[in-house]
Write a protein that binds this ligand. Structure first.
Ligand code: GDP
Length: 316
């Protein structure tokens, strides 16, 4: 009797595309600590939007496993300012990496999507089968459509070529190595930066975007790395798997936590001319829990830890 090869053998060589990003860097640390050889290329060494260069690299490197963590990502303002870049860059990277991985016979691949692929008014908590059941949130529709194409692309390779490729849909992630630019970042690093600058500049007021009422779920990138590895080890189905912690908080509550962590005691003003985005995005994480995954980093600890990291690295 022949058995299928292990999904993630301990000796597997893993190419992490996007190893300098928030997820890719956490995953590189975690897989290395687990004893895997991790292959990386910087953006200067390899432009993943270039299909020939990507195919040549993969043919030569021949990884056993590929994690596609390279993507153009950004917060609500970045997405609505540069929609063409979010659509095109992500589609191009996905096309060249997935086609290149198939040509190089990469048997195991994890594609990372995002919780914004789900309809704006999806029933909460959002189950994986809510995909394509309603209109998307307009502020990040181009990004979401690129990611939805990626999920379909992965499923299609499974269906047509029997590839053991899978997709994960993470909630809002944060952690060391994130983008802290106040205009283009996601909300959590953006708030750390705004409150820090207010304290450093002796300001009594911080202006935040929207109404503060939208709710978001946050997961630390170290937990995301553990979840990705758990999926690579045990999951082999066409449907994507949500990755989250199962709890959400209002942006105003997050602001109060970040104010405490940064030592800000002044006033918070909500600029309602800025978009709120989708009202709520809490993922149903039942499928992931069945695989035995539980997050380990509590939000308050993770925010403190991320702030510490940024203080140590902000000048470099
Ligand atoms: P989203 O989850 O795709 O909507 O992306 P974000 O992480 O950028 O934003 C989450 C929520 O935080 C939205 O309701 C924003 O309006 C709100 N928000 C409040 N202040 C800020 C800020 O300074 N930066 C960002 N990115 N979002 C903010």
């Amino acid at each position: 009797m022949t058995t299928a090869p292990a999904l993630l053998p301990p000796s597997a060589r893993v190419y992490v595309a996007g190893h300098r990003g928030l997820v890719g860097s956490a995953l590189t640390r975690y897989l290395t600590a687990e004893g895997h050889e991790v292959i990386t290329r910087t953006r200067a060494e390899l432009d993943l939007r270039d299909p020939e260069a990507t195919a040549a690299f993969l043919r030569d490197a021949r990884p056993d496993v590929l994690v596609l963590a390279a993507a153009k990502v950004g917060g609500i303002m970045a997405n609505s300012t540069w929609p063409v870049d979010f659509l095109e860059d992500n589609l191009r990277v996905q096309l060249s990496v997935l086609a290149g991985a198939h040509a190089a016979d990469v048997d195991r691949l994890l594609f990372l999507g995002s919780s914004c692929i789900y309809p704006k008014h999806a029933e909460q908590p959002i189950r994986e089968d809510a995909l394509l059941t309603g209109p998307l949130e307009p502020t990040n529709e181009p990004y979401a459509l690129a990611k939805i194409a990626g999920i379909s692309h992965v499923r299609s390779y499974r269906h047509q070529y029997g590839r053991r490729w899978i997709s994960a849909m993470p909630t809002n992630l944060y952690g060391p190595g994130d983008n802290f630019d106040p205009e283009t970042s996601h909300v959590l690093p953006g708030l750390l930066r705004r409150f820090h600058d207010a304290v450093a500049g002796g300001s009594e007021e911080v202006v935040l975007w929207g109404s503060g009422t939208p709710r978001r779920e946050f997961l630390h990138s170290d937990d995301m790395a553990r979840a990705c590895t758990a999926l690579l080890r045990a999951y082999d189905e066409p449907d994507p798997v949500n990755v989250g912690c199962g709890e959400d908080i209002a942006i105003a509550e997050l602001a109060a936590l970040v104010a405490e962590v940064t030592g800000f005691g002044g006033r918070i003003v909500w600029d309602t001319s800025r978009p709120d985005g989708t009202p709520r995005k809490l993922l149903d994480v039942g499928r992931l829990r069945k695989l035995g995954f539980e997050p380990a980093v509590a939000l308050a600890d993770g925010v403190r830890d991320t702030y510490r990291w940024w203080l140590e690295h902000k000048d470099s």
